[in-house]
Design a protein around this ligand. Sequence first.
Ligand code: AMP
Ligand code: MG
Length: 531
Amino acid sequence: MRSRFTEREAREPFAASTIGRKMNGPDHFPLADRVALPDAFAALRLEPVFTRLPEAFYTRLEPQPLPAPYLVDASDAAASSIGLSPEVFAHPEFAEAFAGNLVLPGSAPFAAVYSGHQFGAWAGQLGDGRAHGLGSVRTADGPIELQLKGSGRTPYSRMGDGRAVLRSSIREFLCSEAMAGLGIPTTRALCVVGSDQPVLREGVETAAVVTRMAPSFVRFGSFEHWAARDRQTELRRLADHVIDTFMPELRDRTTPYEALLREVSVRTARLIAQWQAVGFMHGVMNTDNMSILGLTLDYGPFGFMEAFDAGHICNHSDQSGRYAYARQPDVAYWNLYALGQALLPLIADPAAVRAAIDETFPATFERAYLDALRAKLGWQTAHPDDETLIGDLFALLQAQRPDYTLFFRGLCDLPAKAGADSEARADAPVRDLFIDRAACDAWLARWRARLQTEPQDDAERRARMRRVNPRYVLRNWMAESAIRRAREHDFSEVAALRRCLQRPYDDQPEFAHYAQLPPDWANGLEVSCSS
Ligand code: AMP
Ligand code: MG
């Protein structure tokens, strides 16, 4: 197999001339047919799905090769969802293919164009500035598109170098698989491939490519792009593409585009309810990072809530706290209005656009969030006082700042009936997270009284709670620890974290150290947009 990496590219990794070679049409993919891939790759036949759209939606171009790529880690679960057996990971062609050095059979790489609102301001044209769509794998659940991120410059790179660093690629890889393990809709990640090619950020780091998978990477901003240009033909083509490929049940509605907006609104509301419930913060909820399919998309400076603070800002670059934890539902709502504005030419009636969002988002979010919290607290039935008890709990969490994940997981294991003198000891795992233990005791007494109204027996209640309150989430210190080792070419902790986070609800004694309060050294960790 011939590497497409050249000496010149090694010397001039940031030069404008290194924009991937433009392709002359779908049949111009030099390596696809010339390299005999091992049989293990047989399932990987890529077909056009997004690129059935006209060329205005993307630019066809090859990824820019990376020198001496090595596999950092790969997800067996993600691989099996596209019919790929994990044995394929061991082939050197795997790292080559997912570094962008080898074009896979049937693949016609492209970078998509989109626009968007960033931090509330219109940012104009954006696009896949460092990502290449490879085409889609056909599965029983529909098409799954494969996309390389960090695979070189494109016409949408603006001032960027087209690369992603090892640090951010490992974070995206692990969090994608962690969210899937939590049961939260997300793009998946097949693998991370590294290279020692230097990449300049605040300091010098090294390059990596993360391979993402999703039915579609179309974003709210993909629609805003055409609306801002007053290009109704393309706007309609894109909406038809999403409906016909991913939501065919909407096609027969009297107003399919309005139905599309309602569907996206409902999916987004449910997604954000799950984020809030698990304590996930996206960090950069710009409209170009909002999936039209309601998936968690574009992992950058994300975080999971540790010491509870509703105002927590996980993105160090977000000075105003626009994307703080408690603001995520409102931001999603604002973003839906940006999408609604973009779809207005298709829906024609501003009142219908407003109704499509206002009649779905607030109610769906409230419902899904309340249901999720009831489940987290072990309640299967609904009581009129539940919201008061939940509101008082969050006021207590805000005042006392216990670790969010440890609090809810600890609650699973508390007995429903307070046993006289053993109570303090039995409750210790939860109580000890609070400075004001009496305040904790008082709330626990109310929670227990509420549990007495539940029909289920206590063992069943605990088992249910353990299925919705994770023991493990991807804390910044865990990612950081794995990244530090990976920089030394020791990828064992990335693999260990991946395995742990694929089963976040199961007690895994070998990973007990990941289910504890963050170590002291993690106090100063900051994550920003730089990736
Ligand atoms: P993000 O904040 O990662 O969602 O990126 C916003 C926009 O900037 C997207 O259009 C990205 O493709 C682009 N971008 C981010 N980093 C780079 C980079 N290093 N090179 C080229 N484009 C980039
Ligand atoms: Mg983005």
